[in-house]
Design a binder for this molecule. Sequence first.
Ligand code: ACO
Length: 327
Amino acid sequence: MSVYIRSIGAYVPERRVSNDELAQTVDTSDEWIQSHTGIQARHICSDQESTSDLAVHAGRQALERAGISPEEIDLVILATASPDFLGFPSTSSIIQDKLELPNSGAFDLVAGCTGFVYGLETGRAMIAAGSARNVLLIGAETLSRITNWEDRNTCVLFGDGAGAVVLSQSPDPERGIIDSILGSEGKGAEHLIRRAGGSREPYTAGKTPEENLYIQMNGRQVYNFAVRVNTEIIKSLLERNEMEYDQLNWIVPHQANIRIIQAAANRLKMPIEKFFTNIHEYANTSAASIPIALNEMYENDKLSAGDYVLLTGFGAGLTYGGNLLRW
Ligand code: ACO
């Protein structure tokens, strides 16, 4: 059975924060941020919004475009690293309630920025196994809530947003998710970590250093990892499926840093135009970045039925992964 992306939706908060605006509060500049990352702006949620709110906007749009009734959704998967609550209740259950999906199970999936790639394969497998007919997969983040806004090494990189897809059995067996790679290199866990608040380092008032409540990152290590795995994922998925580079219509990489994408393109000797990028406007929205990119491509008629599309992700864990799709 082939499982395909039946519909897509996305949502980003209204508030747009330019590099110049950030440079008013932290020692950085538009020139540094653009030249080192490709980022020009990011969208940041309001005080009233949380991850589930962004997810509900994106999920509702995907459901409307699928033309599916709420009763027909059997499962909500939310990929996120910034849930409404730490541990429980799951944010996916809050979304299931807000979207009024009466027959749906719900769980959160934690795989850092690779969450959407992991979620696509999980949803595909659930449908192929007959455990679900239709799955609502959402990648949603409010990384602004766990960002140290005094740390210029990280605060310039991230943004908030959500993207959602409905997965169903494909009416055309030639279209759908063809193959996926899910990987983990847990020995690199320290390189991208939020130390406090879990069972390893419970939050203790007056004792927990404030910076341990925020994203901490060894940028250089993550950069090297990202370039390596991005290249390997693309190569492996093509080799496994006996395809050549030029058969791909699009590569949609996780939007973390334009230089990571350029380095992968150089190593693979592929034209950068094959890689869809919108990092300049949204920065790194973690598990939301790939579906936000796909939604933008969909809305701008960049995707046609039958196109070969390859998604690549990498992030905290350290995790990595990819999906090869026929749109
Ligand atoms: N503004 C100005 N200067 C800065 C800034 C900033 N915002 N940030 C760092 N610098 C300075 C550093 O302090 C350093 O100064 P120094 O030489 O005086 O010490 C200098 O710039 C160079 O720092 P590098 O770390 O060498 O800069 P680099 O070119 O490697 O770029 C970056 C840093 C952008 C973080 C890069 O390493 C990167 O993109 N890494 C991957 C990050 C990533 O993708 N993370 C997300 C993973 S996904 C997830 O799961 C969340």
